[in-house]
Design a protein around this ligand. Structure first.
Ligand code: GDP
Ligand code: MG
Length: 298
């Protein structure tokens, strides 16, 4: 099996999330006419008989103008590290500008194959497409060049076929039926579980599970509801602690770590529930994707 990672980079609004959804033929990324909807990396996984390609959608790279912008650039840059190739997605309907220069200057250092993907050709005349491709081709030594429309699915299948040539013989990273991985939810759950185990010493068995029940945004802040699942009432008592002191400490320590990793303020609420057979229900929870992502932004 050929497998590997592809980073989707480009300026905000170029159509990265739309392309990700087209590549996967499913909606996993949030698309918005407003730039900067994609705050964190979303991995989309495309598996067929001969290949598994993992696409990493990133916030658009742009010249940072504020703290959040700098953070988003960091996430975009870190997504580029360790991939097998890069899709540079360009909005063909807007002219080349300083922002494009900035993105190209970053890619130059990476020494990875870069695909130029000229998107939104449905909005362009054939001549305009040709002119734009020639113009871009002068500025960088691209591995491949693809004019596409992510919205109308033009040339997307061809893009996938060519991408396979850049994958290596390797392992299957994800089960074939998994299409999406919001890495932040797993990180958050693991950090909370770590605090539970750490703060309660040996009293709580490792079978404790943490499920991110709800994650959403309100006015730009990330809200997280986490459910700590235990198997017995006595364990619930330990985790809650005297007058709630233990769960408060778990929440405080976990929140600090999560904020350190995500680089943003979060509101974390932890609940404990006795679930006698949670182990059996675990696969069900996994099927459900563990959580709902809700966006109520700006
Ligand atoms: P991102 O910021 O790069 O992730 O961009 P999005 O995928 O969120 O898309 C930004 C806007 O461009 C949305 O309004 C999309 O519907 C639109 N868009 C994306 N791809 C195409 C395309 O191929 N053609 C047209 N006409 N619009 C597109
Ligand atoms: Mg996006």
């Amino acid at each position: 099996m050929k497998s590997g990672f592809v980073a989707l980079v480009g300026r905000p609004n170029a159509g990265k999330s739309t392309l990700l959804n087209a590549l996967l033929q499913q909606k996993v990324a949030i698309i918005s006419p407003k730039p900067q909807t994609t705050r964190n990396q979303i991995r989309g996984i495309r598996t067929d008989e001969e290949s598994q390609i993992i696409f990493v959608d990133t916030p658009g790279i742009h010249k940072p103008q504020h703290e959040l912008g700098t953070q988003m650039n960091k996430e975009a840059f870190s997504a580029i590290s360790g991939v097998d190739c890069i899709y540079l997605i360009i909005d063909g309907s807007v002219p080349f500008g300083g922002g494009d220069e900035f993105v190209l200057s970053i890619l130059k250092d990476k020494k990875l194959p870069v695909f130029l993907i000229l998107n939104k050709i449905d909005l362009m005349s054939k001549d305009k497409v040709m002119d734009s491709l020639l113009e871009w081709n002068k500025r960088y030594n691209f591995a491949e060049i693809f004019p596409i429309s992510a919205k109308e699915n033009t040339n997307v299948a061809e893009l996938i076929e060519h991408t396979k040539n850049y994958m290596e013989d390797g392992i299957q990273y994800y089960p074939e039926d998994q299409v999406c991985d919001y890495p932040e939810q797993f990180i958050i759950a693991e950090l909370i579980r770590e605090k539970v185990l750490h703060l309660t010493d040996e009293e709580i068995p490792h079978s404790v599970a943490v499920v991110i029940e709800r994650m959403g945004r309100k006015k730009g802040k990330l809200l997280v509801n986490a459910l700590i699942l235990v198997e017995r009432d006595s364990q619930k008592g330990i985790i809650i602690g005297k007058q709630g002191s233990m769960i408060k400490e778990i929440g405080t320590q976990a929140r600090k770590d999560i904020e350190g990793i995500l680089g943003e303020t979060i509101y974390l609420e932890c609940f404990v529930r006795v679930e006698k057979d949670w182990r059996n229900r675990k696969s069900k929870l996994q099927q459900l994707g563990y959580i709902q992502i809700e966006v109520d932004d700006e």
